[in-house]
Each structure stands twice: as C-alpha cells, then as structure tokens.
Design a protein around this ligand. Structure first.
Ligand code: OFO
Length: 172
C-alpha cells in the first residue's frame, strides 16, 4: 500500500508528466508550422515519451492500491519565439522535472516506501539522459549561430535523434 503522502506526490508527478507531454506537443506543432520538419518530429516523439512516463506512473499507483488521478492540465504556450529559445525552454523544463523527481524520491525515503523508491530509480536515470540530450542539442545550436546551412543540418540531425530513439524504444 502507498501512504497518503506518497500517493499524493505520485499523483502530482502524473500531472507534471502529462503537462510535459502537452508542452512538447505544442512545441512540435509550432515547429511544424514554421517548416522545421526535423525539430517537429523530435518534439512529437518527445511528447509521446512523456505520455509513456505518465502512463507508467498511473499503472504503478493503481497496482499498489492507490488511485491515479487524471486532472485538467495547464495549457502550454503556443508561440516559442525561435527554435533556439524553444530548446532552452526544453532544458529548463527538464531541470524542473528532475527537481520534482528528486523531491518525490525524498518523500519515499521519509515514508520508508522502498518499493516506490526503487520504482523511481528509472525516472532518476531517465532525467539524467534527458538533461544531457538537451544540453548536447543546445551546444549544437550555439555552434551553428545564424548560419542557414547550419540550421538545415541541425534540423536533419535532430530528426535523426528522434528516429534513433524510436528504434531503441522497446514500445515502438
Ligand atoms: Fe518525463 O521526462 Fe521529460 O519531462
């Protein structure tokens, strides 16, 4: 059984993952409309991954005798200014999510819920990867500066990352 405190914290995380999925979906749509095909594909893929993170939590909460709650979500923004700004926001968002996972892990220790603590290690590892990927992409963006040819290659590169991560995804 989950303690009330752990269940509440897990439900909070469910909402955060659902909102992350919406944020990246909105980024995907913005990029698609701007003709940034590769970036759009990357964001659609990322949005799907966040939904998977959310579902994994939903299943876990219910399996442990809790009740996963599906709530209304805050609407993401619809305009991201430039792709550079958009990827900066992506990194900031992932840092926020990592913090939230850390807080959640902390609560499981306080509540002596070692099963949930163990379950959350997957999320801890995932956040390290997501932050690292966002930083790698930002480094590439800094390298290309305002070069149009560079943007073309960057868009293709990012698309490749989406394709590769889809291939490595057991659920795909
Ligand atoms: Fe769910 O990992 Fe990104 O936010």
């Amino acid at each position: 059984m989950l303690t009330e405190k752990v269940e509440k914290a897990l439900n909070r995380q469910i909402r955060i993952e659902a909102e992350s999925s919406q944020v990246y979906l909105s980024m995907a749509s913005w990029a698609e409309v701007k003709g940034l095909e590769g970036i759009a594909q990357f964001m659609y893929k990322h949005s799907d991954e966040e939904r998977m993170h959310m579902l994994k939590l939903v299943k876990y909460v219910n399996e442990r005798g809790g009740h996963a709650i599906v709530t209304a979500l805050d609407a993401p923004k619809t305009d991201f200014g430039s792709f550079q700004k958009m990827f900066k926001e992506l990194l900031e968002h992932e840092i926020f999510v990592s913090q939230s996972i850390n807080d959640l892990v902390h609560i499981t220790l306080e509540e002596k819920d070692y099963a949930t603590h163990n379950f959350l290690q997957w999320y801890v590892a995932e956040q390290i990867e997501e932050e690292a990927l966002a930083r790698t992409i930002l480094d590439k963006i800094n390298l290309i500066g305002n070069d149009k040819g560079g943007l073309y290659l960057f868009d293709r590169d990012v698309q490749q990352i989406a394709v590769e991560s889809a291939a490595g995804d057991p659920g795909a």
